[in-house]
Ligand binder design. Structure first.
Ligand SMILES: [Zn+2]
Length: 131
């Protein structure tokens, strides 16, 4: 197995608040998501660190401006996944990208077991050859 998604739904361990810029949450989110993209699991250390990882507003700022400083609305994502997601509303990766919902074939191809997981894999093009 090259890599694997968490066995069950990922639970948040931090809940900082009080920042006036969402970018201030970066250290918390790096730790929360163990330096990995929540969508494709690319590790920060495997790519170029500077500028490669972004703070994604799970519920897009354009649709939920009042959640722009809500820590629970932020996820850590690589630039590729964040740029593919853009302002799409996608299903919660913490629920749908777990090993009971997604299988990873030996060649790295993701297979969703649930309709929502299949849709999320498609929306984010997680089977892109670039990944
Ligand atoms: Zn990614």
């Amino acid at each position: 197995m090259i890599f694997d998604y968490p066995e069950s739904q990922q639970e948040r361990v931090h809940e900082p608040a009080g920042y006036v810029s969402y970018k201030s949450f970066r250290p918390w989110l790096r730790d929360e998501f163990t330096f990995r993209c929540v969508y494709c699991l690319q590790r920060e250390s495997w790519g170029q660190v500077t500028g490669e990882f972004e703070l994604d507003h799970f519920e897009p700022q354009s649709l939920a401006p009042l959640r722009s400083l809500d820590y629970l609305n932020l996820v850590y994502a690589c630039r590729r996944c964040n740029s593919v997601k853009l302002d799409q509303q996608v299903a919660d990766p913490l629920t749908l990208l777990s090993s009971d919902a997604v299988a990873i074939l030996p060649d790295g191809v993701l297979v969703g077991h649930r309709t929502e997981s299949k849709r999320l894999i498609s929306q984010l093009d997680l089977n892109s050859p670039k990944l």
